[in-house]
Design a protein around this ligand. Sequence first.
Ligand SMILES: Cc1ncc(COP(=O)(O)O)c(C=O)c1O
Ligand SMILES: [Zn+2]
Length: 374
Amino acid sequence: MEYLCTECGKTYPSSEVIWQCTCGGLLDIIHEFRFDPDMVKGREPSMWRYREALPVKKDTVVVSFHEGYTPLIPVDFGSRRVLIKQDHLFPTGSYKDRGASVLVSKAFERGIKHVVEDSSGNAGSAIAAYCAHASIQCDIYVPQATSPSKLKQIRSYGADLHTIKGDRAATARAVLSAAENTFYASHSYNPLFFHGTKTFAYEVCEQMGWNAPDTVILPIGNGTLFLGAFIGFKELKDQGIIPALPVMVGVQSASCAPVYRNYIASHMGKLLKTGVDYRIDDAESCLPTIAEGIAISNPVRKKQILNAVTVTGGSVITVDDSEIEHSLKKMYSSGYYIEPTAGAVTAGVEKYCMTAKENERIVSVFTGHGLKHG
Ligand SMILES: Cc1ncc(COP(=O)(O)O)c(C=O)c1O
Ligand SMILES: [Zn+2]
């Protein structure tokens, strides 16, 4: 495995402890491997069953709670039946464990003793838990308004918690100065995180008998699950395991929808043949929303997210807080206990289903547990 800068093309060996290129560009990972569904037969039901696809060399450095392979269950949205990945059942209560397991394994392999990370709460909880498991010290930066139960969870794992005045963007600025001297275990910058979240795609395809769904509906905050799933589906297609990529539909909060706005601008540009493709806006401020996990005003990988939407023939939709609350109530009344950000996704699924094709095989996710809220 090596790191590749998406801006200048420079490569770095896997032994480097980096999260961005010296030119400031985002890093991706080049990882050559051979994967075959037969390889996983008889392996334990965890995300590490796709071992060959994960960019961590030795089993001895893997930091894991035997997580993943979450149930894919049918849930009815009106008259439509959608398959939902129960990723709220991860050890820390969200799918962020997928990324944390791979990223912290790499930190452990490199002998890192201390990391910093910023988060709206869930990525911070995941990094804190995996660091605790590997005896790595960590400092987690979160916005002051983060749900108290997430703050408690992060502190309980023994992390040093820094609550930052202002919005999520202010927290991201605060961690960057801390990252000058300490390894930045960033879920948005570090590409290893995305090579953990890609296991979502592997699990979905395996659970569907090594078939891809027609459509996948996922949240877009920093796009860690969205882009991870895209990487996973692409790898499975490149390995000849699935014939085509699923259509990828992203859900944003109407109060904070930078990717949606770019998607619409580029779509309109194409429709009007103005040649406008991606108009990447500067950071814009967000209004408050109950979907705290996806309130990201300027996702660093926005261009990659828009590319995944375009390449898969997908789209981006928005939901407002009243739609989220309505959807949450429906989920609760069926016995599913998910947090409000996860309710944004189910509200998006509900909206999408109104115009979905008959027999369309749709997959989505419960991203975070309801016990995290409050
Ligand atoms: C519960 C929950 N759902 C969804 C998201 C979306 O994040 P991302 O787009 O980075 O995958 C988050 C991020 O913190 C979250 O906590
Ligand atoms: Zn570079």
